[in-house]
Design a binder for this molecule. Structure first.
Ligand code: PHE
Length: 493
């Protein structure tokens, strides 16, 4: 063979080796360590749900009673749903869109519905992220007095340009992390941000317990008294239907908080190596997520209690953007510092959550359209931005009031939230539990859980939950949040 021919063969060999290496590298894209995975998954789980929604639900739903119910649910439902998602992801190596189909082709539809949830949440999560970014800048630039004024929040979200600009910046930060990839973007970012977030929340929670304040009537309230309000189970006026309500509130909070039944944890599961002990990592994620929620309550409830007593504590969504800035204002200089740390912390929490939503969309579209991460990130960024602009306009140009089946008056953002969280998530959890429990059988998941570990200790609990408990309770939750439970109840009266 002439020399040139040999060189060409060698070159071709070299190129194909490179192509194989490249493909291998692509395939191997994933979390480098189990702690990297835990922090990324905790980054997704810990978000505005923990810091904003959990405390007001706890205040509204009987303090310690809600906490007990929630803890019991985390250890049973939370564990079951998180295990299901992550094991499906790691075992199939596919996103929800293709995973269900690859297991049983008739169940492909479930993957498509599951994909809808992050697609819908993406439209409004960045809008809320933009609001948080706005407050962070207000506090950092020393304009905290403005944030404490009546009407500040409403006038901000109803203005036409500012919410879009802040949303755009928040979305660009999210897209940058996703664009940088799983190891260099998501894992690295979460590994820095999550420990920082934990330190900040512990710091403010301890500070909250040291507060005391005497109001105009001469009544002094302390942070420790506030802690007692938070932790003591309030059993007055407890009826069966009230207890059921608390249970369902805790359940829907748990879903949203753990980012389960929406394909996100399936996607993160695909990035976990086979030698990682999934049971251990799942417990760590649950512990992190619940720990942050409990600390958030320990920080917010005593703080509000000290400065404004028990009223205003369960003020719902306005808690973070309206009540807290007023409380920070009454704390004087310390309030400014606490305000800065608080909003930076919640910004971190919202960013890592939004990253997980966008990553799920990007990774799924990369697989469907066989496109590079770069191109897909740009596309998803552009589409998400356009959708989020429409949501922002829902507070001015496109403003309307719509009464949801559960009785709440809603704008565009609330409608997207309602469809994704109250309608689709329980439905998906129900279908997934039926699929795992009765079609492919719990062993399918248990086999995966045993890889990389000494055994799946909670196998019996898992099987029982996924077959018998989750489907029933999810159906109940679905009926309750769609308002159908009320109708059924009326029919029996
Ligand atoms: N789990 C996040 C929280 O508690 C919210 C979230 C929902 C994140 C959906 C990702 C997807 O705030």
């Amino acid at each position: 063979m002439p020399f040139r021919g040999k060189v060409r063969i060698l070159q071709n060999y070299h190129f194909s080796l490179k192509a194989v290496e490249k493909m291998e590298a692509k395939k191997k894209s994933g979390f480098t360590s189990s702690i990297g995975f835990v922090l990324a998954a905790a980054g997704s789980a810990v978000g505005v749900g923990n810091i904003w929604r959990f405390p007001y639900l706890a205040a509204r739903d009987g303090g310690g009673l809600f906490l007990l119910v929630y803890l019991a649910l985390v250890l049973t439902f939370g564990f079951t749903l998180l295990t299901t998602d992550i094991a499906i992801g790691r075992k199939t190596g596919k996103n929800a869109w293709q995973a269900f189909e690859s297991i049983r082709s008739r169940w492909g539809f479930l993957g498509k519905i599951t994909f809808l949830v992050p697609a819908m949440i993406m439209t409004y999560y960045s809008v809320i992220g933009g609001w948080i970014l706005k407050y962070t800048t207000v506090y950092i630039t020393g304009q905290q007095h403005m944030a404490a004024q009546d009407g500040f929040f409403t006038s901000f979200i109803t203005s036409q340009v500012a919410p879009i600009v802040f949303m755009l910046v928040f979305l660009a930060m999210t897209a940058f992390v996703v664009y940088s990839g799983v190891e260099k973007g998501i894992e690295k970012f979460s590994s820095v941000v999550m420990p920082g977030l934990l330190l900040m929340i512990i710091g403010i929670a301890i500070y909250a317990l040291t507060l005391t304040h005497t109001d105009a009537d001469g009544v002094t309230r302390t942070g420790l008294q506030g802690l007692a309000v938070y932790l003591t189970p309030n059993l007055t006026d407890l009826t069966f239907s009230r207890f059921l309500q608390i249970l369902l509130d805790a359940m829907s909070q748990l879903f949203f908080s753990l980012s389960v039944s929406m394909g996100i944890m399936i996607t993160y599961g695909t990035y976990v190596k086979k030698d990682v002990d999934l049971s251990k990592s799942i417990s760590q994620v649950e512990f992190f997520d619940t720990g942050v929620a409990l600390l958030a309550g320990m920080m917010i409830i005593p703080t509000i209690y000290v400065f404004s007593g028990t009223e205003g504590m369960a003020s719902g969504p306005s808690l973070m953007f309206v009540s807290l800035p007023k409380v920070f204002e009454s704390m004087g200089f310390a309030g400014t510092l606490v305000g800065i740390v608080f909003f930076v912390m919640i910004l971190f929490a919202a960013l890592t959550s939004c990253v997980s939503i966008m990553e799920t969309l990007v990774s799924t579209c990369m697989n469907i359209f066989h496109c590079s991460r770069r191109k897909t990130s740009f596309m998803i960024f552009a589409i998400s931005f356009s959708a989020a602009v429409v949501i922002c306009l829902g507070y001015n140009v496109l403003y309307f009031e719509y009464t949801l089946p559960n009785g709440a008056v809603a704008q565009l953002l609330d409608i997207m939230d309602y469809i994704s969280n109250s309608f689709l998530m329980p439905l998906i959890a129900f279908l997934t539990a039926v699929f795992v429990g009765w079609v492919i059988k719990p062993e399918w998941i248990a086999d995966e859980m045993e890889i990389g570990s000494v055994g799946f200790h909670k196998k019996r609990l898992y099987s029982f939950m996924v077959r018998h408990v989750v489907p029933v309770v999810m159906a109940l939750l679905f009926f309750q949040s769609t308002g159908l439970l009320g109708w059924i109840g009326m029919a029996f009266q």
